[in-house]
Design a protein around this ligand. Structure first.
Ligand code: PAF
Length: 280
């Protein structure tokens, strides 16, 4: 696996692949890799001739300088994992290669970015949309692979690719879970042992609410019960727990179309998110 840090070198490699008729897949990451990321790499290997992974801790999508500083940076370990997983090229640019002096452009996906995580993390999705647009344009990838765990992010990425006519096919890949149901996330390593033991309650309560809704329980009742169960398990705050249309993310009070139950909740200073399918 080759590592490049400059856009010019990246474009040179991709141009040679494309000249040879090969398709290119990209898996954008911020590093601190776990098996969920490796499942995206596996999907990319199955869906494209060549695979690029990117590692860039994007300063524009963090809520505060403290949060950005706390984000784990483990590039050597990550690079080893990517090489073993069969990645052809690692693009790991320094901040100035992505945001040079005078950078003034922002990509903002109206509507989709506004509720759920967007309501609690102002500017976060503009940061994500801007960097993902740049990564698409810098890599020129034909296909891109994102985890369904960040469901709102996935819908935003699909929309920006469509709205901006970026010729990349965006594929969502299923959330990988620990044996006890906790969605895999780089943030899980920040949970204390006691909080780690409590964490699966989020997915458990969401699954119970999903089954209740499918079984005819009114959405508000099912969500109130789930909220109670999550707090009783030791979470200190449920930021949101909502039933939304799967693609447009419109609020739903009945699962009358493809839907997702989405949640964010705080456990011992760690913010966990999750989502599940609740189809009619
Ligand atoms: O999901 C992530 O890790 C990040 O939001 C992404 C898509 C790599 C953009 O920085």
């Amino acid at each position: 696996m080759r590592t490049v840090r400059e856009v010019k070198a990246l474009r040179g490699v991709v141009a040679a692949w494309k000249a040879a008729g090969q398709t290119v897949g990209v898996v954008p990451t911020m590093g601190a890799l776990h098996p969920g990321h490796l499942s995206l790499i596996a999907a990319a290997r199955a869906g494209a001739d060549r695979v690029i992974a990117t590692i860039f801790v994007n300063p524009r999508q963090f809520d505060s300088p403290e949060d950005l500083a706390k984000y784990p940076r483990t590039e050597d370990r990550d690079a080893g994992m990517l090489a073993v997983a069969g990645v052809d090229l690692l693009f790991a640019p320094p901040p100035e290669a992505v945001y040079p002096q005078g950078f003034a452009t922002s990509v903002s996906v109206a509507g989709l970015s506004e509720g759920l995580c967007g309501a609690h993390r102002p500017g976060h999705f503009d940061g994500v949309a801007t960097v993902v647009t740049k990564l698409f344009l810098m890599t020129g990838a034909d296909r891109a692979f994102f985890g369904e765990k960040d469901w709102q992010q996935l819908q935003i990425v699909r929309r920006l690719a469509r709205d901006l006519n970026i010729p990349v096919a965006v594929t969502g890949c299923p959330t990988l879970r620990e044996a006890d149901g906790l969605a895999m996330s780089s943030r899980n390593t920040r949970l204390s042992p006691a909080d780690r033991a409590a964490a699966p309650a989020l997915h458990r309560a969401m699954s119970a609410a999903g089954s209740a809704i499918r079984g005819g329980t009114p959405v508000a009742d099912a969500l109130a019960r789930a909220r109670q169960d999550i707090l009783r398990a030791g979470f200190c705050e449920v930021e949101y727990l909502e039933l939304r249309g799967a693609e447009g993310l419109e609020p739903l009070d009945a699962p009358d179309r493809p839907a997702r139950l989405l949640a964010a909740a705080w456990l011992g200073g760690v913010r966990l998110i999750d989502n599940i399918v609740v189809d009619p």
